[in-house]
Ligand binder design. Structure first.
Ligand SMILES: Cc1cc2nc3c(=O)[nH]c(=O)nc-3n(C[C@H](O)[C@H](O)[C@H](O)COP(=O)(O)OP(=O)(O)OC[C@H]3O[C@@H](n4cnc5c(N)ncnc54)[C@H](O)[C@@H]3O)c2cc1C
Length: 431
């Protein structure tokens, strides 16, 4: 059978383990962590759950087996991610960011770098290992992240500089980053590694002058400020980082002059995960409101689901969740079929599911009525979580839609590529 939505035995097992982890270990910690006003304390609240997730393989499962990872497919990752995101997408983001940081090393790193850094990531006996994907920069003029590939010279685009000190065999980092997850680590002294996108050539544009550099924990010249306090995904840590004459050995650099491709490929890989994250949250909102509708009468003679308007709204939400799950799986399957390349379709899934299911969560609130605003119910949190989806993971308007557009306008683009599962080549021309 060519198309089969049955999960394999292994995937069912992964789903069961992820569901048990999410319900039994993660869920009891979430409300307190979400309500914690100090974002660093909120992050620390889930450290115990993270260690359990690490032991189960969820923190590094996507790394190839030859480097100690689980070698799970992108479709497997969908199954696990939906279960965790149904309970808390902020926690899932901590896990996802390990992949955003380390998968570029898998694709662009040397064998020696992979042996050193990936095996360390997968073999932490304490299960506390964190990697930061350190790309985004703060607001300003110039500033921001969406135009990382701008052909204009520094300081346009990515402005964290890495000056090559050839005499000492080092790069010297100066500048700031804002938004990266995990980067500060459990104690704000740094994640185990931060994979930083830096400007190695100030005189070149973002299309030629960007590279990746691994900054290990404990490196002098890096300061982690208090994490950002956010509307949603409050449990993952988003950092403000200052680099001052931070010296890194040159053997820690990779994707030299290819940093733009590393950014694009990483945010392509994460697209289907962000898509299924929105499915997880919408699923929880839908299940809660469906149950509510079957029991709550609103003072009338019958549960509100017996009003046609309520039933149609619930049907609309259910349809959108099913369609989005199928789209997210399709994009993940495309990645699995093309060595983790799927630049337009993964962005499409991320944009479509995030936008569609934000609306669906709000519709669920409308079905429930005013009680959806009462914080004793989880709906207001689901809306806050859903509001993140169109904005994070290379925001939809600035980066993801632009990626879809550049692929589609290429003369060589085959509009049936996604239907026929043929490759859609992506190179610097298209960024
Ligand atoms: C929970 C969470 C986790 C995150 N984790 C990480 C992480 O681990 N690492 C990391 O580096 N970042 C992380 N981020 C930041 C995130 O990836 C952002 O999506 C990214 O910084 C880009 O944001 P932006 O598109 O709003 O960019 P900005 O540069 O701030 O652009 C702002 C807006 O300007 C407009 N715009 C700008 N340029 C264009 C253009 N060329 N075309 C069209 N419109 C344009 C768009 O409307 C865009 O949305 C995280 C954010 C959140 C909330």
């Amino acid at each position: 059978m060519a198309i089969d939505f049955n999960l394999s035995g292994g995937q069912k097992r992964l789903q069961r383990i992820a569901r048990e982890f999410a319900n039994d270990i993660l869920a009891p910690r979430i409300c307190r962590a979400d309500e914690e006003p100090d974002p660093q304390k909120a992050f620390q609240e889930v450290k115990g759950a993270y260690i359990e997730a690490y032991k189960l393989g969820f923190a590094t499962g996507f790394i190839p087996q030859q480097y100690g990872g689980g070698g799970i497919s992108n479709l497997d990752l969908q199954v696990v991610s939906e279960e965790i995101c149904a309970i808390d997408p902020g926690f899932a983001t901590i896990l996802l960011v390990n992949g955003l940081a380390l998968m570029p090393l898998v694709w662009f790193g040397s064998e020696a770098q992979k042996q050193k850094w990936l095996i360390t990531a997968t073999s932490d006996p304490r299960g506390e290992y964190l990697a930061g994907w350190t790309v985004s920069e703060g607001a300003g003029s110039p500033g921001g992240t969406a135009n990382f590939d701008s052909p204009a010279v520094w300081p346009a685009g990515i402005s964290l500089t890495a000056t090559h000190d050839a005499a000492n065999g080092e790069y010297v980092l100066n500048g700031r980053k804002y938004w990266p997850c995990n980067s500060g680590g459990w104690d704000l002294a740094g994640a185990n590694v931060n994979v930083c996108i830096v400007r190695t050539r100030k005189e070149a544009g973002g299309d030629e002058g960007l590279s990746a550099i691994i900054v290990p924990r404990g490196t002098p010249g890096v300061q982690y400020e208090e994490p950002i306090s956010k509307l949603g995904h409050r449990i993952c840590q988003n950092n403000s980082i200052i680099f001052s004459d931070c010296r890194i050995p040159e053997e820690n650099a990779f994707a030299i002059g290819q940093g733009d491709l590393a950014i694009s490929r990483a945010f392509t890989w994460s697209g289907p995960v962000a898509a299924i994250a929105s499915v997880g949250v919408a699923r929880s909102a839908y299940e809660y409101v469906l149950e509510w509708s079957k029991t709550y009468t609103g003072g009338g003679p019958t549960p509100i689901i017996n009003h046609q308007a309520v039933g149609y709204a619930l049907a609309d939400i259910a349809m959108k969740i099913e369609a989005c799950r199928a789209f997210a799986w399709k994009a993940a399957h495309y990645l699995d079929s093309h060595e983790s390349q799927g630049h337009a379709i993964c962005a499409m899934a991320k944009v479509f599911c995030g936008e569609t299911l934000f609306d669906a969560v709000f519709k669920a609130m409308k079905v429930m009525g005013v009680n959806a605003l009462d914080r004793r119910h989880p709906l207001e949190r689901y809306l806050r979580e859903a509001a993140v989806f169109p904005l994070y993971d290379a925001g939809n308007m600035g980066m993801q839609m632009r990626k879809i557009w550049t692929v589609l306008r290429d003369d060589a683009f085959d509009p049936r590529a996604f239907m026929d599962l043929t490759a859609t080549p992506f190179d610097k021309r298209l960024i």
